[in-house]
Design a protein around this ligand. Structure first.
Ligand code: ADE
Length: 228
């Protein structure tokens, strides 16, 4: 039986999943909380990695090494980057990359990749869950997720990132999780619901939508687990 690893950065991003879990064991390793249990009869290790790429990478490596997960799903919120993407929409990662590491460096340094691709089966399963959950108030998109070490709330920076990467959304952990999953040969997918448009009004929108969007993304993951 396979074990599904689920990572969220902030508590509010994993709260709904935690509430739906039959908890077997809780452990703190290197400051990260790992919740071992079942959801819908499936073996799950749920964890909170904190904000940022280094936290995300460290938490993911522990999840793989110590909990033997067979796949990694990252759930949470993000800033919208594509003109089709609206607040509360959901993005499923076709691929992930860093917007604050030069492409040249990505290609010339280990693991010699500009983008880390989401797993086809996990993507299919996430898209199916979106289709089943969807209503007229939001849409879902398969696209690129870019991560960096800052909250993007500046239209000039947003434009620069769009020109270079053509992402659907921006956040601060997904590419690090995809990177670590890739070098360990573990399938991954990032699922994010949009809390803001990563522009000059991002902080206001974020305050209003962080909880709603975090729960939205977690609901998709919950529906994904039911059908996985
Ligand atoms: N997470 C949610 N919104 C974000 C933004 N605008 N930039 C980075 N991470 C985010």
């Amino acid at each position: 039986m396979s074990i599904i690893g689920i990572i969220g950065a902030m508590d509010l991003e994993i709260e709904l999943l935690k509430n739906n879990m039959s908890l077997i064991k809780e452990e703190n390793i290197a400051g990260f909380n790992y919740y071992n249990g079942t959801i819908e009869g499936k073996d799950i290790v749920l964890c909170g990695c904190g904000v940022g790429k280094v936290n995300a990478a460290s938490c993911t490596q522990i999840l793989i090494d110590r909990f033997n997960v067979d796949c990694v799903i990252n759930t949470g919120i993000a800033g919208g980057m594509h003109s089709d993407v609206k607040v509360c929409d959901v993005i499923v990662s076709q691929d992930v990359s860093y917007h604050d590491v030069r492409k040249q460096q990505m290609m010339s340094c280990f693991p010699f990749k500009e983008y880390f691709e989401g797993d086809k089966k996990l993507i299919e399963s996430a898209l199916r869950a979106c289709e089943l959950t969807k209503n007229e108030e939001w849409n879902y998109h398969l696209g690129r997720v870019v991560s960096g070490e800052c909250f993007v709330s500046d239209s000039v920076l947003k434009k620069k990132i769009i020109e270079e990467y053509s992402p659907h959304c921006v956040e601060m952990e997904g590419a690090a999780i995809g990177h670590v999953a890739h070098i360990n040969n573990i399938p991954f997918v990032v699922i994010r619901s949009i809390s803001d448009n990563a522009d000059d009004d991002a902080s206001i929108s974020y305050e209003e939508f962080e909880t709603i969007s975090a729960e939205h993304s977690a609901t998709i993951v919950l529906n994904m687990i039911k059908n996985i």
